[in-house]
Design a protein around this ligand. Sequence first.
Ligand code: NAD
Ligand code: AKB
Length: 320
Amino acid sequence: MEQEKILITGAGGQLGSVLTEKLQKKYGVSHIIASDLKPNMYFNGCFEIIDATNFDALQTVVLKYNITQVYHLAAILSANGEKAPLNTWNVNMKALFNVLEVSRLHNVKKVFFPSSIAVFGDNIERTNTPQSPNLTPSTVYGISKVAGENWANYYFEKYGLDVRSIRYPGVIGYQSLPGGGTTDYAVDMYHKAVKNEKFECFLSASTTLPMIYMDDAIRATIEVMEAPIESITIRTSYNIAGASFNPEQMVASIQKTYPEFQVTYKPDFRQNIAATWPMSINGSKAKNDWNWKPKYNLEDITKDMIKNLKLKYSVENIDL
Ligand code: NAD
Ligand code: AKB
């Protein structure tokens, strides 16, 4: 384990910035190479600028550090993706092909590819959505994730490349800001509540979606990557359960601490995306195969978000 050299693409993003720190703690700072389109001033340790759509840039870094594992997080998310569909397809697919090819060519042992609940579309059971229904996503982002899952499976079957993947629900955390998805409202709502501001929600009050707390999301990522190879029976991507709730339930949960907190609803194009996604996920394969169990429900998330955001904003005020 001491010999691992781990490259993270998209390390400056919502998940990447937290995952980088977690992996640094686990493996040692010098074993983790964070990369993104531009440097992140908060990173300690090794950082490389890599546009993951550039094969040579990626290959150079993999060879320079003798990379043994890649966590490939770089992508354009659902809402931003709809603003430029062809570019989103190009970025999401080209970056993944580069990661898979460079890994195959240079003996990278394991690759993590994050998929999403965006793989699901209209033709699903929206409650307790099963692992393998007909996947007909409504966004270019979702289409790229379905294709990515199948390419992950292809590289495992054809070349034996150990690619592992989970379908993240919407991720909520205090450490970082989300990067242009349909579930971003949830993080924004907590920030506004703690700053004693009003919030305008771009989804309707009753839009229930699967969500997951950052700690659970990072733990699931590391657990699936560390599971014994024989326990991984799904090589496309695992459904994972987190918590499921709608904006109205979030507001009620926040109002237990901030009774004056006010939210108005102004659904926009993201409402149509959310309407095609599951309301809750059946994560039984992940549970059976590698023991996945989420720790945070809505009340736990609200408590931890408020506690940490209060701290964050009070420190920022002291700095001023
Ligand atoms: P994010 O948008 O916050 O971060 C993505 C990062 O990728 C950004 O820092 C961006 O600069 C970088 N990036 C974009 N194009 C790049 C390129 N060509 N080369 C290198 N870097 C590039 O996203 P996130 O929320 O941290 O998501 C990380 C991964 O997890 C993504 O693949 C996303 O699809 C997946 N995911 C996230 C969520 C969520 O709720 N956050 C849910 C499901 C799946
Ligand atoms: C998004 O909303 O695009 C992401 C996701 C669920 O994939 N948060």
